[in-house]
Write a protein that binds this ligand. Structure first.
Ligand SMILES: [Zn+2]
Length: 236
């Protein structure tokens, strides 16, 4: 068995036997890793509370055939300010869940790992209304879905863009409209999130436009994940 070191964020854990847990992590070097933490549920566990979901850890593991085994875990960040705030905990949970859904086991995706660490740090610093939707949009872009936002996806018109359609892959003008309606305010926010204005967009207070961007992000993500499941289904 080979010993290796990596950094990771705990996505979820499940009980195993009397005292152990299987810990699912997104790691910097190996993508999603499922590993056994032996004795972690004992009160005097050497891991302490370091392998709870959301914790950013430095790890040492033994490689196994299906499951690796964690031999050491040091906390890099416990994200105390998130854990002390139920609303932020719920938002962090959304980030962990979506990363768990898109990360592939033992396929390195350092950009995804860095996005999650960055998202959790931003959430620890401020509970921005657009943080989760912006994370979803950035994740979709990382997955290769970059919506067309400057012109109608059907005819190229740059004015009167009033709708957004996932199949068309972007916004649509008043004549070609289908999918869901999008307001000028929400379109502006979306352009800023995906066009290099993310930091400023995160300062945006909650309002109708942020709610719209949030609903649209959830629908876009759902659409993407469903399509991915279907394409996997045809392969299997
Ligand atoms: Zn058009």
């Amino acid at each position: 068995m080979r010993l290796y070191s990596d950094h990771g964020v705990v996505l979820r854990t499940i009980k195993l036997g009397e005292a152990d847990r299987i810990v699912t992590l997104i790691t910097e070097g190996r993508g999603k890793v499922r590993a056994v933490a032996k004795g972690v549920r004992k009160t005097k566990s050497r891991f302490g509370g370091r392998l709870e979901p959301m914790t950013h850890v430095a790890l040492q593991l033994y490689e196994g055939r299906e499951l690796d085994t964690i031999t050491q875990a040091e906390t890099v960040d416990h994200f105390r300010t998130i854990r002390d705030d139920l609303d932020r905990v719920a938002r962090a949970q959304s980030l962990l869940e979506v990363v768990d859904q898109v990360a592939q086991e033992r396929q390195a995706n350092p950009a995804l790992y860095r996005m999650l660490v960055g998202g959790l740090r931003a959430l620890a610093a401020a509970n921005a209304p657009l943080l989760v939707p912006a994370f979803f949009w950035k994740l979709l872009a990382l997955e290769g879905f970059q919506p067309l936002l400057d012109q109608c996806a059907s005819c190229g018109e740059t004015d009167d863009l009033v709708a957004f359609d996932f199949e068309e892959g972007g916004v649509l003008c008043i004549r070609d409209r289908r999918g869901v309606a999008i307001s000028p305010g929400a379109l502006d926010l979306l352009r800023r999130i995906l066009g290099g204005g993310l930091a400023a967009a995160l300062n945006e207070p909650a309002g109708p436009s942020t709610a719209e961007v949030s609903h649209l992000a959830e629908a876009a993500l759902e659409h993407h994940l469903e399509r991915r499941l279907k394409s996997l289904g045809t392969v299997l």
